[in-house]
Write a protein that binds this ligand. Structure first.
Ligand code: URP
Ligand code: ZN
Ligand code: ZN
Length: 488
């Protein structure tokens, strides 16, 4: 009997720590051996001249979800997971979104049903908490955390989702007590609402005014406030989809002060800009997302945030709303005012190739940094390591065999999501996965998606080590125990 089900032969295996020329032996869906000249594979993938990377972990994507403007994402678990696999991603973490008045448990159960029989790769689930009632924070959330839903997102904006500061503190304190990771959408709601009202009254309703309403200082202020609230409670947090340089500065300063504050950014802040929302007619709607793409000069600051490690997670924030669709960007009609346009851009499939091309190929980041921010760090931060996010004996054989020289021009027609456009149309990249394996099974063969819908499994997450509190209270007061120790 063959020792391995599959051997990947002759490639360069890359992890967040190092690169080495070796073979990968896979047995029962897991990495069973790493070594030179492994024999005894029932099947073989020849990988000479290729990179053998951990499959990506996309820790922020919206699929099978009703968005804050009431419309449903174009992708469900089937097309979302297929599209992810074709771009080298092997784990996705979408959101079970609670709207006000809903039971969190009921929301999660309904969401799990939507995944059944659909996903081709494995998935975990974050929660979105918009109604932190006593019942939710005292009963439902702790029980869900024990069931493996160990991370949740809270919003500081959007009418239907936002929490006020007092609710944020209550959620943060619960996360601290239970050991969960909190993800924060940091934008100042009142600033956005006030500017939106004034812009509308002045007749400024075109898509580009979305970027004016979601003013950069509103992101800076909310980021600082979120960090401050987390510091008061002594709990680590992750600021999602960081777009603006001053928000990056705020995270860097917090980290320099010893706080556990993590930052995530996304392709739209490296490759899109405010100019895209100013395209003729209603075209700009295709680029409307929150926070919005900023001015072109800001892109360099986001790159520096990645290079310095201040931003340690790179996610797609895939939020797919079709352009020509009553559930999409034109939900309120062609030329609808900017504040009624569903927020979000797609990016699941292009996340890795675009970062590889513009990051690794140009020398901006190393292969190790690439693997860290696209796979290893998100797996660690959300309690999925070492099973996901790395290539090590015992970890799941979730692997992207990567051709670093493959030249591809991104077009909507070549992608596998359910969208009718890509914001990156015509973008040229070098480097694309030629095989993607999920637990040792081919789910993308370089030409076609493979793998049966429903083979993807739900991943209960561990309590993440990075979510552990630090035991330091700025005021000397521990709100959980009631202890007061005056600071020197
Ligand atoms: O515009 C975006 N990012 N839409 C998705 C929802 C969110 O806030 O992440
Ligand atoms: Zn968000
Ligand atoms: Zn999002």
């Amino acid at each position: 009997m063959a020792e391995f089900d599959l051997v990947i032969r002759g490639g360069t295996v890359v992890t967040a720590a190092d690169s080495s020329r070796c073979d990968v032996g896979i047995k029962d869906g897991r990495v069973a051996a790493l070594g030179a000249s492994l024999d005894g594979g029932r099947e073989t993938i020849e990988a000479a001249g290729k990179l053998v990377l951990p499959g990506g972990v996309d820790a922020h994507c919206h699929i099978a979800q009703r968005g804050s403007k009431g419309t449903e994402t174009a992708d469900g678990f089937r097309t979302g997971s297929i599209s992810a696999a074709c771009g080298g991603t092997t784990t996705i973490i979408p959101f079970a979104a609670q709207y006000k008045g809903q039971s969190l448990r009921a929301v999660v159960e309904a969401y799990r049903k939507r995944a059944e029989g659909e996903a081709v790769i494995d998935y975990a689930i974050h929660l979105i908490i918009s109604d932190p009632s006593e019942q939710v924070l005292g009963q439902e959330l702790p029980a869900l955390i024990r069931d493996g839903y160990t991370s949740f997102k809270v919003y500081m904006t959007y009418d239907e989702l936002k929490l006020d500061d007092s609710q944020m503190l209550a959620v943060l304190a619960t996360a601290r007590r239970e050991g969960a990771m909190v993800m924060i959408h940091a934008e100042n709601h009142d600033v956005i609402a006030w500017l939106t009202e004034r812009l509308s009254a002045a007749g400024h309703t075109a898509p580009k005014f979305h970027g004016v309403a979601h003013a950069a200082p509103a992101e800076r202020e909310a980021t600082l406030r979120a960090i401050t609230l987390a510091e008061i409670v002594d709990v680590p947090v992750l600021i999602v989809h960081v777009s603006w340089r001053e928000a990056i500065d705020a995270i860097r300063d917090a980290q320099a002060a010893g706080l556990r504050v993590f930052g995530e950014t996304c392709p739209q802040y490296l490759f899109l800009s405010a100019d895209d929302m100013d395209r003729p007619g209603f075209e700009g709607a295709k680029y409307v997302c929150s926070p919005p793409p900023r001015d072109k000069a800001n892109q360099d600051f986001v790159w520096r945030g990645i290079q310095s490690g201040v931003l340690s997670v790179f996610s797609s924030d895939h939020a797919p709303y079709r352009y020509d669709d009553p559930e999409g960007k034109k939900a309120k009609g062609e030329n609808a005012p900017f504040h009624t346009i569903p927020n979000g851009v797609p990016g699941l499939e292009v996340r890795l190739p675009m970062l590889f091309s513009a990051g690794v190929r140009t020398g901006r980041i190393t292969l190790q940094q690439f693997v860290a921010i696209t796979a290893t760090n998100p797996a660690r931060i959300y309690g999925l390591n070492p099973r996901k996010g790395t290539i090590a004996v015992g970890s799941d054989a979730d692997i992207a065999v990567w051709d670093p020289d493959k030249e591809v021009t991104v077009t909507h027609g070549m992608l596998h999501d359910a969208m009718d456009y890509t914001p990156y149309e015509g973008h040229k990249v070098t480097g694309w996965p030629v095989v993607t394996l999920s637990r040792g099974e081919v789910v993308w063969d370089g030409q076609e998606p493979r793998g049966a819908p429903g083979r993807g499994r739900f991943l209960p997450c561990d309590l993440p080590e990075p979510a552990r509190p630090q035991g330091r209270f700025v005021s000397g007061f521990d709100p959980a125990s009631g202890a007061f120790v005056p600071q020197a």
